[in-house]
Design a binder for this molecule. Sequence first.
Ligand code: F3S
Length: 79
Amino acid sequence: SKYTWVDKDTCIACGACGATAPDIYDYDDEGLAEVIFDGDNNRGVMAIPDDMFEDMQDACDGCPTDSIHIEDAPFNKEA
Ligand code: F3S
């Protein structure tokens, strides 16, 4: 399985990830990205389906600040 998490401390609200993978990433009130898939709430705990891996990787590769993180295990971040 794959899990993803956005580091809001380094996100510059460029807006690319939500355009690339709108089912996984959206923005908070400040325009900072967060993982919204299946209610993840940017905790990095929801397994991303295989058929979304390509969009997820494209978003990761396209982030100018490398703020999108992908791992094989849950991140278990605080909401
Ligand atoms: Fe932020 Fe990177 Fe998305 S800067 S808005 S996480 S593409």
